[in-house]
Design a protein around this ligand. Structure first.
Ligand SMILES: [Zn+2]
Ligand SMILES: [Zn+2]
Length: 368
């Protein structure tokens, strides 16, 4: 167990000052950017009660997932028909926007948890998205590109050539690449949960107290740096055709949106193939036995194979989610950005809070 000394008051003051402008932007976006959406969602809410128990709801619950998966494949291959062009890039942005526009109201129409519909975390998530976007596009991606190219060039450019089965159906190639990519991601994700040093970075993703489509944006930008190398280098050797890589990444995005959605979907066999909203809800559980399971990011069969799959029949995942044993975990953008560095302090406070609660319950018992 590692504990870090408290932050000196001088640094604490600097941190507080740093946080002020971000808090201001967060409050502003809470008030003005999100309010038109709130108006729309309020209109949908009575409908969600009206369709309760109807065949229409059942059809939505069953059809939405396969429909969007197939649509992503069709649109994806269409976008790279003539190779990867500027049009493919624009289409990708369009697809993400469409997913958001459709997903958000659907979550209000068929919610898994009504508690998760409150949007008090959205502004932090929007900031995390843009924060990660800047980091991802201007720092992480160039470093990754240069390093991977250099490593592949230095070690051996021949490795992997002729290895990829280009003759099989392109859709099968997409699923094959998705599985290969997720094998590396599985082990990285598992490592982040099983090592406390790695957990201090990954806990940011688990800090959300509600699951909704935009959650995937919630992660610490430094977490992505190591992960890029871990999945990037093996993928560079695989040398799948560019169309297959593009559609695989696009499908991965759609899976990621579903993985965190608050839609109450009926997935049947898909819960045992993909990282689905149902099995990923257990991954976000505050209960450590449930949380240290279902590490798959795209597919779930690596968990089944390596014994970390958790999906008990007849049980419904709890909607009380968050960082295990840390009710004091930061909630603001700056707090989350600093959380990996202040982890020792957060942990100390959490232990003190737990001891205090224990003492209170003991003294209450004595009084009774
Ligand atoms: Zn995790
Ligand atoms: Zn997650």
């Amino acid at each position: 167990m590692e504990t870090k000394p408290d932050i000196p008051p001088f640094w604490q003051k600097i941190l507080n000052t740093l946080e002020t402008p971000f808090l201001f932007i967060e409050n502003l976006s809470q008030k003005y950017v999100l309010s038109p959406f709130r108006w729309l969602f309020k209109k949908i809410e009575p409908l969600s009660y009206k369709i309760e128990g109807t065949l229409f709801k059942k059809i939505l619950q069953v059809a939405i997932y396969p429909l969007f998966m197939v649509l992503t494949l069709i649109v994806g291959f269409k976008l790279v028909e003539n190779g990867f062009t500027f049009g493919s890039f624009l289409g990708t942005i369009g697809l993400f926007a469409v997913l958001g526009i459709i997903f958000a109201p659907l979550e209000h129409l068929i919610p898994f948890s009504r508690k998760w519909l409150s949007d008090d975390e959205t502004s932090t998530d929007v900031m995390l998205f843009f924060g990660s976007k800047f980091w991802g596009d201007y720092i992480n991606k160039p470093i990754k590109l240069v390093t991977i190219t250099l490593i592949v060039q230095e070690i051996s450019p021949e490795i992997g050539q002729g290895f990829w089965p280009t003759s099989i159906h392109p859709v099968l190639q997409v699923f094959l690449l998705l599985s290969v990519k997720d094998f590396f991601r599985y082990w990285y994700h598992r490592w982040m949960h099983e090592s406390e040093f790695m957990w201090r970075w990954h806990a940011v993703h688990h800090s959300s107290t509600r699951m909704y489509w935009f959650n995937a944006a919630r992660s610490h930008p430094l977490e992505g740096l190591v992960s890029s190398f871990l999945w990037g280098i093996p993928l560079a050797y695989v040398q799948a055709p560019v169309e297959v890589v593009f559609v695989t990444m696009l499908l991965g995005r759609t899976i990621g949106r579903f993985q965190h959605t608050n839609m109450d979907l009926i997935l049947g066999p898909f819960d045992y193939i993909f990282s689905s909203p149902k099995n990923h809800r257990y991954h976000h559980s505050k209960n450590i036995e449930e949380g240290n399971s279902n590490y798959g990011g795209d597919v779930i069969f690596w968990d089944i194979l390596f014994g970390t799959f958790y999906l008990p029949k007849g049980k419904i995942p709890s909607d009380d989610i968050g960082v295990h044993g840390m009710p004091n975990y930061p909630k603001t953008f700056t707090g989350l950005m600093l959380a990996p560095f202040t982890y020792g302090k957060i942990k100390k406070e959490a232990i003190a809070l737990e001891n205090k609660a224990k003492q209170e319950s003991v003294s209450q018992m004595i009084e009774v």
